[in-house]
Write a protein that binds this ligand. Structure first.
Ligand code: B12
Length: 338
């Protein structure tokens, strides 16, 4: 039975936490996504960060057995600050979003538990389709660039979910979900705008094969020569499909101070990254989500960014770090061959 009292309590709590975009959807298997995800696997359109086992992508009960409702929230991160570094995506210049979003989710979970129910929270920590869940929950719509858009903050939001054993919304027939999924591919809210598609440096968004997405390449452990060129001078992530979107021009900015650019980043340049030791990395970059692939990946991307600068490359000294020396040699060979 629907717990109206808890639902109302949650709505008040969201407002007190300044969470404007939230919603509820019944906890159910997303059967309507099965063939879409299967076709992604079949066409080798999965990045190395996506789960191949489709069941793990569409079945929330694998993560929380007695789930009745999934709560979705969107937390804005873009601050009204013009000093974002150009070669690191804006989403990773503030404190790690896993930590910040989980902090909100934890508060909501504690509230639910006070009512005697159980729950579990996630933020990028399981294989469920977070954008689709947000879309079903009414948090926003999905744009041509695949991102989830909210009315107030555009697409510059992170998503988080709670699966709980309390009923907080009404069930819907299967046909409703089939229709909701079908509607995504119409991109009605985008209208005739193809700005993200036109501006994507690697033409990712027509086929939606994110293996070539700059953001993916900056995080991929191994890159071939073609992929190195496609890094588009970025060290981590990419904002082009969001920054070129007209819907992202008229938005409100983030309120959580933790997403402001971390102070240390203001003094960071290519040389700082190339020369950083473990101590510097742990004390500084570890606070950011871009640290999750380790410091050598950031160094590699700085090297690739400077691949035309022979003097810069020749001076590099990575002692016995084979991973970096191999990239250095490949880049020098490529440069000398031209
Ligand atoms: C793997 C991953 C990536 C990969 C692959 C991205 C991708 N587009 O699939 C890489 C490394 C490239 C990446 C990049 C980014 N990511 Co990412 N990523 C994820 C992760 C872990 C899984 C995404 C996934 O499953 N992709 C596979 C696709 C098929 O599934 P999907 O994203 O759910 O897509 C649905 C809809 O888009 C819809 N759809 C879209 N187009 C179409 C077209 C048709 C025809 C149909 C039928 C359906 C359809 O169908 C899908 C059904 O679920 C999620 C967290 C999560 N567990 O969901 C974060 C997540 C999607 N990423 C996030 C972010 C912030 C980013 C970046 C903005 C970071 C950056 N600045 O560099 C970019 C954006 C790139 C982009 N345009 O999507 C946020 C997105 C927030 C938002 N507002 O949407 C998430 C939700 C993390 C979070 N908790 O906040 N990411």
């Amino acid at each position: 039975m629907l717990d109206i009292k808890l639902r109302e309590g949650l709505i008040n709590l969201f407002e007190s936490l300044n969470i404007f975009h939230y919603g509820f959807t019944p906890c159910r298997k997303f059967f309507e996504l099965k063939s879409y995800f299967e076709s992604k696997v079949k066409n080798s359109h999965l990045t190395e960060f996506e789960e191949k086992d489709v069941e793990k992508r569409i079945n929330p009960f694998l993560y929380f057995e007695n789930g009745k409702t999934i709560i979705s929230i969107a937390i804005p991160y873009l601050h009204n600050n013009e000093n974002y570094k150009k070669d690191i995506s804006k989403y990773t210049q503030g404190m790690d979003y896993h930590f910040v979003v989980s902090d909100y989710l934890n508060k909501v979970c504690n509230f639910i538990k006070e009512f005697g129910y159980n729950c579990k929270y996630f933020c990028d920590t399981n294989n469920l389709p977070e954008r689709y869940i947000a879309y079903l929950s009414g948090v926003g719509h999905i744009g041509r660039n695949s991102l989830l858009y909210t009315k107030k903050y555009g697409s510059y939001v992170f998503l988080g979910e709670i699966i709980t054993n309390v009923v907080l919304c009404e069930e819907k027939p299967n046909s409703y979900y089939e229709e909701k999924f079908r509607e995504i591919s119409e991109f009605r809210k985008c209208g005739k705008c193809y700005s993200c598609i036109k501006n994507c440096p690697n033409n990712v968004l027509i086929e939606k094969n994110f293996n070539k997405c700059v953001s993916n390449l900056t995080q991929q452990k191994h890159l071939n020569s073609e992929e190195m060129k496609n890094l588009n001078e970025m060290i981590f992530g990419c904002d082009v499909c969001q920054d070129s979107c007209p819907k992202n021009k008229v938005i409100d900015y983030a309120f959580d101070e933790r997403f402001k650019i971390q102070e240390f980043l203001k003094d960071v340049d290519d040389k700082t990254i190339i020369n950083m030791d473990n101590k510097y990395f742990k004390e500084n970059f570890k606070k950011l989500s871009c640290s999750w692939r380790g410091k050598n990946l950031l160094k590699r991307n700085v090297m690739i960014k400077n691949r035309e600068n022979l003097k810069f490359l020749e001076k590099l000294n990575f002692d016995n770090v084979d991973y970096l020396n191999n990239y250095k040699n490949t880049l020098l060979n490529n440069k000398n061959q031209r």
